[in-house]
Design a protein around this ligand. Structure first.
Ligand SMILES: *[C@@H]1O[C@H](CO)[C@@H](O)[C@H](O)[C@H]1NC(C)=O
Ligand SMILES: *[C@@H]1O[C@H](CO)[C@@H](O)[C@H](O)[C@H]1NC(C)=O
Ligand SMILES: *[C@@H]1O[C@H](CO)[C@@H](O)[C@H](O)[C@H]1NC(C)=O
Ligand SMILES: *[C@@H]1O[C@H](CO)[C@@H](O)[C@H](O)[C@H]1NC(C)=O
Length: 485
């Protein structure tokens, strides 16, 4: 009897830890293990390390006819600022985490007061309050599509993945594209703290991962965890050297001047700028079951063009994950991870004022220097796979919220008009593709290990050096282009 219990306990332990670490291969490994193999492991390891076990996260929708409510008790182990249960992993977070300090620098000395948060209210799509591990939301409207649903879903996954780790906090969130807090308007006093998906050099919005990491229902884009795996598999279909030797872009050209300008570079009877561009009409795509927009089958060209939309574009991650060098038309907006990208290393810079000849130059250069071009494609893809994997997306959110929480100068309370949010209240009433994506992006296990360690802030010299490095690469490429033309 005792042996059976130990056996079962070990099975659960092995199964659940590996499940988190490497779903496909280790799952296969564990399920193919015979009891003999497991038993022999028992005797080999008399003192298994006392690791806390990940706990399964369950969704129980129950009776669909009654409104689902958030009745789940927050367990005792999930009280805020729970001490670490496992030794700190020695792994340092990727370098782009250091921008968290830069985003929060405007409040470094003043802290964040209730009044400051209140002053961000007029920009916000919703207000989020986390109190003793529970999540409350007050909606103000104005959100576009289901961005707010998937953003809040992401926050709930974070709360479930790291129970009790999100500090008590209150924040305002805007779900639209263009940053709103202009630095020029806030020279003498701290700006309203406002979370959103991107910023530029003239704004002070706080950057947070966008909804598409959990899914984009309106255009059938799957959660990043699934999609990045599919892209990786898609990359194996056509080897880089066998891909079409052109620069490819497919998307909605009508959202920005930059994009419509890019369309001039399409191949025609008179010109071949080495660009192959395709306009995507999402309405007709939808009617045709999205068969022309499957991202995983788009890695058939040697080069992928990235051009911003209204502000940043969620597509940067898909462009970079193709194993083909991404040609970035000069960008103005950053999302949380794109500040860690370096031109010449992760992507090739394209001029904004002369896109067509700049693209032609990049493609000719790459086709002549295939080894370098292939390597750049691989570096970009590896960066997305290893440094922007979902584990790090969650760690980034957690570290940002912890740092933000440290700045709060008051204890938040539940706003009168707020409703509690939990898995059940979001997922149970959902239907169709929204439901499908929510289920697919749901975290199934708690993470008991510590998040990665956040590196220290940049010092001014380091920041300066990064800016200079970027500027030098752009200058270098422009001078090559000049010589050519
Ligand atoms: C998962 O397993 C596969 C096959 O054994 C291996 O190639 C891959 O590196 C593993 N991934 C991680 C994150 O450990
Ligand atoms: C079981 O033991 C074998 C041989 O000692 C080892 O190679 C394997 O990694 C162990 N598996 C687990 C799940 O500990
Ligand atoms: C669900 O709730 C309704 C209304 O309270 C009740 O009539 C029905 O029997 C319930 N169904 C189940 C499966 O509990
Ligand atoms: C670009 O040219 C190709 C080939 O002629 C054509 O199929 C495609 O529709 C064009 N793209 C745009 C956006 O006009």
């Amino acid at each position: 009897m005792g042996v059976v219990v130990i056996f079962l306990a070990l099975l659960v332990f092995v199964f659940s830890t590996f499940w988190v670490a490497n779903i496909s291969s280790d799952y296969r490994m564990v399920t193919s293990m015979t009891p003999q193999a497991l038993k022999s492991n028992i005797s080999h390891s008399a003192h298994p390390p006392p690791k806390p076990q990940p706990k399964p996260i369950a969704l129980t929708c129950g009776n669909q006819t009654t409104a689902p409510i958030c009745q789940r008790q927050v367990s005792a182990s999930a009280v805020p600022s729970r001490p670490p249960t496992m030794p700190r992993s020695s792994a340092s977070c990727p370098d782009y985490f250091r921008w968290i300090y830069e985003d929060l620098r405007p409040w470094e000395t003043t802290g964040i007061t209730r009044e400051m948060v209140g002053s961000a209210r007029k920009f916000a799509t919703f207000r989020l309050v986390v109190l003793d591990g529970r999540v409350y939301v007050e909606h103000y409207g104005g959100g576009f599509q289901t961005r707010d649903v998937f953003t809040l879903w992401g926050l709930l996954q974070l709360a479930n993945r790291y129970p009790g780790r999100i500090p008590n906090l209150e924040l305002m969130f805007n779900c639209n594209d263009t940053p709103s807090i202009k630095s020029a308007d806030h020279r003498s006093s701290p700006p309203p703290p406002l979370f959103r998906y991107c910023k530029d050099d003239k704004t002070l919005d706080i950057v947070f991962p966008d909804w598409s990491f959990w899914g984009w229902a309106e255009v059938n884009i799957k959660p990043w965890r699934t999609l990045s795996k599919e892209l990786e598999e898609g990359n194996r279909i056509v080897k880089w050297r066998d891909r079409e030797p052109y620069a490819y872009w497919k998307g909605n050209p009508w959202v920005s001047d930059g994009r419509s300008d890019l369309m001039r570079c399409n191949v025609s009877k008179h010109h071949d700028w080495n660009a192959r561009l395709y306009a995507l009409n999402w309405d007709s795509e939808k009617n045709q079951g999205y068969k022309n927009s499957n991202l995983a089958s788009q890695c058939k060209y040697r080069y992928k063009i990235f051009v911003e939309g209204r502000a940043w574009s969620v597509s940067n991650k898909y462009m970079l994950a193709c194993d083909s060098p991404a040609l970035f038309v000069r960008t103005h907006f950053h999302d949380f991870f794109s500040r860690g990208l370096m031109p010449g290393l992760h992507y090739w810079p394209i001029r904004e004022d002369d896109k067509c000849s700049s693209i032609k130059f990049a493609v000719d250069w790459g086709n002549k220097h295939q080894e370098e071009a292939e390597a750049m494609g691989r570096v970009g893809s590896r960066h997305m796979k290893e440094e922007v994997k979902m584990e790090y997306v969650y760690d980034y959110m957690l570290h940002l919220l912890i740092q933000y929480g440290k700045l709060l100068r008051y204890k938040p309370t539940v706003p009168e008009k707020a409703t509690e949010f939990c898995l059940e209240s979001v997922a149970c009433p959902a239907t169709g593709i929204v439901k499908k994506l929510l289920m697919e992006s749901m975290e199934k296990w708690t993470e008991e290990a510590e998040p990665c360690r956040i590196p220290p802030p940049f010092n001014p010299e380091e920041l300066q050096e990064i800016m200079e490095r970027k500027a030098n690469v752009l200058k270098q490429v422009e001078s090559w282009e000049g010589k050519k033309g």
